[in-house]
Design a protein around this ligand. Structure first.
Ligand SMILES: NC(=O)c1ccc[n+]([C@@H]2O[C@H](COP(=O)([O-])OP(=O)(O)OC[C@H]3O[C@@H](n4cnc5c(N)ncnc54)[C@H](OP(=O)(O)O)[C@@H]3O)[C@@H](O)[C@H]2O)c1
Length: 349
């Protein structure tokens, strides 16, 4: 099968969410020939109208029976929905690309960033996992360094946009901003974690909690970055520490990353060349003209931007990087649609 010969019956589960909306845009822009499209969500969205390539579509409820007439399911509706629906879709012969954390660490589920570990797709058994947004952008930059120098240790601090927590978090930021303009305050409604009782304001604030805390003191988001990076880079022994922080930015995650390489660095030009050669990475770095990536710069882009590349002052194998990407595009929908294109190109559907 090639892209030219066959077209595909596609369903988007979670089509009304922030990732689902971006999924529609990414599919519109993609090379994927779409024979039919179903836009699915929960009972709350039944009957809502959305558009794909100018045509109106009515949102249907994601019921397993729908998957009988579908080839590919792009799923972004949270872990519990994925656990309930993805196996039902796979059982009916559809291939699921899931954005939640439900299946990422399962041994027989490929966890894929197409520029980093496309070979993992060949082993899929119906469900493929899209990694966590903050993991995706970091591994695109770590992969070429791992190949050339080896990796010993990674320490990352993130500055993550509110859209990473979904439509409810975007709404909290907007309503706090509107209230501030009126000289008022509103009770925080959603962040840091919708399902937990304690809430914090996000305007004029930063929150060092993304997802729930685990018993080791790290959050689940931080542990996702650690475990998923080890799985994608096939480096179970790689030492990683993560601190994940929510900031009052709508779209675009930034990361300050310290890497200890497998050997000493003697040539920074070689480091720059190594990063520049990586597919899907844009080196955006020139302190002499204050050139570095920001969330504004990367909005809508599928590439990962890297700047502020500098050697550590004390360790000859230490390197610092600043990594920025659009969390809804490369961190979610763009990566998922890229996986679909890879599956088609490699005859793996
Ligand atoms: N935001 C990001 O940057 C990002 C990045 C990577 C991965 N993800 C993952 O992508 C998923 C969606 O995130 P989001 O940010 O788009 O969240 P969101 O804006 O809150 O959207 C959630 C979507 O899931 C749907 N949904 C909820 N329960 C459902 C059910 N029982 N059956 C069918 N659909 C259901 C919602 O439909 P209704 O509108 O009907 O409620 C909505 O379309 C999550 O698993 C998240 O972890 C998000």
């Amino acid at each position: 099968m090639t892209v030219q010969e066959t077209s595909y019956r596609i369903a988007i589960v979670g089509a009304t969410g922030v990732v689902g909306q971006e999924m529609i845009r990414q599919l519109e822009k993609s090379r994927v020939p779409v024979a039919s499209l179903k836009l699915l969500a929960s009972e709350r969205s039944r009957g809502k109208m959305l558009h794909f390539r100018g045509e109106p579509y009515t949102v249907e409820v994601a019921d397993p029976s729908v998957f009988s007439s579908v080839d590919v399911v792009l799923m972004s509706a949270g872990s519990s929905t994925a656990r309930a629906l993805a196996p039902e879709a796979a059982r009916r012969g559809a291939i699921v690309i899931d954005n939640s954390s439900a299946f990422r660490m399962e041994e027989d589920v490929p966890l894929v960033v197409p520029e980093v570990n496309p070979e993992a797709l060949a082993t899929h058994r119906g469900i493929i996992a899209n990694p966590n947004c903050s993991t995706i952008q970091m591994v695109v930059a770590l992969k070429p360094l791992a190949l050339r120098y080896g990796l010993k240790r990674v320490v990352v601090s993130t500055y993550q946009a509110v859209s990473g927590a979904g439509a409810g978090a975007v709404h909290q930021l907007q309503s706090e901003l509107e209230a501030a303009q009126r000289g008022e305050t509103v009770e925080p409604s959603y962040l840091p974690v919708a399902s937990l009782n304690v809430k914090y304001p996000i305007v004029d604030n930063v929150l060092p909690q993304i997802d729930r805390f685990e018993t080791n003191g790290f959050t689940f988001e931080e542990m996702k970055m650690i475990r998923e990076t080890q799985k994608i880079l096939d480096a179970p022994e790689l030492e990683i520490a993560a601190t994940c922080v929510r900031v009052p930015v709508t779209v675009g995650h930034s990361e300050s990353v310290y890497v200890e390489l497998g050997r000493e660095l003697d040539d920074m030009d070689e480091v720059m060349e190594t990063l520049r050669a990586q597919e899907g990475l844009v080196l955006w770095d020139d302190p002499s003209v204050q050139k570095f990536p920001t969330p504004h710069l990367v909005r809508g882009e599928n590439e990962v931007y890297v700047g502020r590349v500098r050697r550590d002052l004390y360790r000859a194998n230490g390197l610092h990087l600043w990594i920025v990407a659009d969390n809804l595009v490369k961190g979610a929908a763009g990566n998922a649609v890229q996986i679909l294109e890879k599956l088609i190109d490699n005859d793996l559907l």
